[in-house]
Design a protein around this ligand. Structure first.
Ligand code: XLS
Ligand code: NI
Ligand code: NI
Length: 444
């Protein structure tokens, strides 16, 4: 094991009673059984390679501030990739979380040609496989970066140039196969540049058809190689493009339905993308679950004052627990997990800050799981939802929904019966109080 994180000498353990230096979990206890399953199995936590190891802390106004020697330049690119991988696996093992996620270009340097890039990635993927065997860390998902290189400035699958589409296809084919070799449980497609900067030069329907063609080819290839994982699309409304086609869960759902891809893809919901699209994370999770497309989560948070994808570490039990409740109520995660698509603030320079960010976020998530279990056992929310729709269980409700009555007949009957329904309270404030009662009374 490498010794990059020397200031964190041993693995992070659960120690609820000793806050100490903050390098213990206060809530996350992987073996603790919650609602019939170990916490680790409920949450299936992953660390992302890109923000944690492949980003130097730069922003649009300034250079990197972090201590990531492999990104410094002047080092042989393959040697740098090895050093990065050593530090990444040291981090995963010390954090004690079961999964990681990566893009092709996070792990291996791009070569001068596609063939050279593929060869570099194969070396690093084999090396990752050995490290996974040594540490027991598994791959939650892999993905291809189809947005950083200038060739993708006008999109990958939605590019006006078919050669760019073909280039993206080659990258995805290789990365999907690499994900399969590493036993990855899902494969993600985030269409960062599948959108437009201006409608003045854009044909919307053509680009949608191209995207659907691309996703169909990926799904076909998945079947032909026998990859058993789940294909996931990650919605985001904008950034870097002005408008991204996979805007939110409802847009993705409509798109999948329209192009007959509804059985092939599910969604990877990112908290900060949900809020950027003008929804709550709770909304996106509830929509996906109710429509059978829920897959996985990118856990993070935004800053409500600036409207960017700030990818901060989650820190609100109030925000997360209600969404975790919906996931638990629907039976929990299957192949998905909670991937920490999170990055440090630019001034968080110490190597140990990466641990503090993850530990705090993971404890927030674990605490949300405890609250969700109590909300489920408490039953108030479901009882209230049942009560609210109870009218539909009557013979009249059944007749309407089953199409046993047409509009004119229903109108005539309603007039004859002189129906005069009265509004009833939605009880929102009472329900909010009930959720708080459970949050406040959940023991650690
Ligand atoms: C960017 C996305 C990206 C995906 C993977 O906003 O969150 O990190 O998760 O390509
Ligand atoms: Ni993400
Ligand atoms: Ni994001």
């Amino acid at each position: 094991m490498s010794d990059f994180f020397v200031d964190v000498p041993s693995p992070v353990a659960f120690a609820s009673d000793s806050p100490g230096d903050g390098l213990q979990y206060q809530v996350y206890d992987p073996d603790r059984v919650v609602a019939g399953k170990r916490m680790a199995e409920h949450l299936r936590i992953a660390v992302c390679y890109w923000h944690s190891f492949n980003w130097a802390g730069s922003d649009v106004f300034g250079a990197g501030t972090f201590d990531r020697p492999w990104l410094a330049g002047g080092v042989d690119p393959m040697e740098a990739a090895f050093a990065k991988q050593d530090a990444a696996f040291e981090f995963f093992a010390k954090l004690g979380t079961p999964f990681f996620c990566f893009h092709d270009v996070d792990m291996a340097p791009e070569g001068a040609t596609l063939a050279a890039s593929k060869a570099n990635l194969d070396v690093l993927v084999d090396r990752a496989g050995e490290k996974m065997d040594q540490t027991g860390v598994r791959l939650l998902w892999g993905t291809a970066n189809l947005f950083s290189h200038p060739r993708y400035a006008a999109g990958a699958a939605t590019n006006p140039d078919p050669d760019v589409f073909a280039h993206a296809a080659a990258q995805v084919r290789h990365m999907l196969e690499a994900t399969q070799r590493l036993g990855g449980e899902n494969y993600v497609l985030w269409g960062g540049r599948e959108g437009y900067e201006t409608l003045l030069n854009t044909r919307l329907r053509r680009e949608a058809d191209q995207l659907a063609r691309f996703l169909t080819m990926v799904a076909d290839h998945k079947r032909s190689i026998g990859f058993k994982g789940t294909l996931l699309l990650e919605p985001k409304p904008q950034e870097p493009t002005k408008h991204q086609y996979d805007y939110d869960c409802a847009s993705v759902h409509g798109f999948l339905d329209r192009y007959d891809l509804i059985d092939e893809y599910r969604v990877n919901i990112e908290v900060n993308h949900a809020t950027l699209s003008g929804h709550s994370f709770h909304h996106e999770v509830a929509y996906a679950l109710d429509n059978g497309i829920f897959g996985s989560v990118d856990a993070n948070r935004g800053d409500s004052q600036n409207g960017w994808d700030t990818d901060q570490f989650p820190n609100s039990v109030d925000e997360l627990s209600i969404a975790v409740y919906e996931i638990l109520r629907a039976g929990g995660l299957t192949t998905g997990g909670f991937n920490f698509d999170t990055k440090l603030r630019r001034q968080s320079l110490a190597r140990s800050d990466l641990f503090h960010g993850h530990i705090g976020g993971i404890d927030t998530l674990a605490r949300s799981l405890l609250v969700a279990e109590r909300l489920l056992a408490d039953g108030t929310l479901e009882a209230e939802r049942d009560r609210r729709y109870a009218g539909w269980n009557t013979e009249q409700g059944r007749r309407i929904l089953h199409g046993d009555v047409d509009l004119a007949t229903l109108a005539d009957e309603t007039v004859a019966a002189a129906l005069d329904p009265r509004p009833v309270s939605g009880r929102q404030e009472w329900l909010e109080g009930q959720v708080n009662r459970v949050i406040w009374s959940t023991p650690s």
